[in-house]
Design a protein around this ligand. Structure first.
Ligand code: 5RP
Length: 218
């Protein structure tokens, strides 16, 4: 079974968390795209969706699924999104697709965050995947120097601008033993918009797809 099939399995399992009349938060990436395909099959039962990126909004609309502004939707009952790395404590690295800021906002605004991934994303500790940090453009070099002080090696994601008009620094070689503490530390650097660590607000449910089926961690 391919990685993509494993992602699809996880996405299909997440549909069990969708109830009639819900406004559902929808994440970004290839796993979230499988979830959108599944949502399309039950769209008449939804009250709408909130997208975590412009790309996801376009894809939802292409399937005829209503997309609402988060400001109009209020607290969401459910958010479904992928991850770049996940631990058994349901702490995550996200932002490989560059949508980390809106993803973190929608996750924070949701009562339940269901993370969907293929089982290769499960790790003992976070940090092998380079940690994305969204920064405002004028602060790029300053933030990079501060990240070096935290023992990371930041690299500018070349040719990439976020939906919010900002830049991404991908931070290599971090062994993240205390994710919640590092999340706070990086968030406090002036010029940082968001760090792609989801540790202070981890997922509530992690669904891992594999050749054997799905494993659900809570
Ligand atoms: C986008 C994300 C994605 O959830 C993450 O990159 C996983 O992507 P994929 O489902 O394609 O493996 O955080 O910003």
């Amino acid at each position: 079974m391919s990685t993509d099939d494993a992602k699809r399995r996880a996405a299909e399992a997440a549909i069990d968390y969708v109830e009639s009349g819900m406004v559902v938060g929808v994440g970004t990436g290839s796993t979230a795209n499988h979830f959108i395909e599944c949502l399309a099959g039950i769209k008449s039962r939804l009250d709408g969706t909130v997208a975590s990126s412009e790309a996801t909004a376009l894809r939802l609309k292409a399937h005829g699924i209503q997309v609402l502004e988060l400001n109009a939707a209020g607290t969401l009952p459910l958010y479904v999104d992928g991850a770049d790395e996940a631990t058994r404590q349901l702490q995550l690295i996200k932002g490989g697709g560059g949508a980390l800021t809106r993803e973190k906002v929608v996750a924070a605004a949701s009562e339940k965050f269901v993370c969907i991934a293929d089982d290769s994303k499960l790790v003992g500790y976070l940090g092998k995947f380079p940690l994305p940090v969204e920064v405002i453009p004028m602060a790029r070099s300053f933030v990079a120097r501060e990240l070096v002080k935290l023992h990371g090696q930041p690299e500018l994601r070349e040719g990439f601008t976020t939906d919010n008009g900002n830049l991404i620094l991908d931070v290599f070689n971090l062994e993240i033993m205390q994710p919640a503490e590092l999340e706070t530390q990086i968030n406090q650097i002036p010029g940082v918009v968001t760090v792609g660590l989801f540790a202070r607000r981890p997922a509530d449910v992690l669904i891992l797809g594999s050749a054997d089926g799905v494993e659900t961690l809570t």
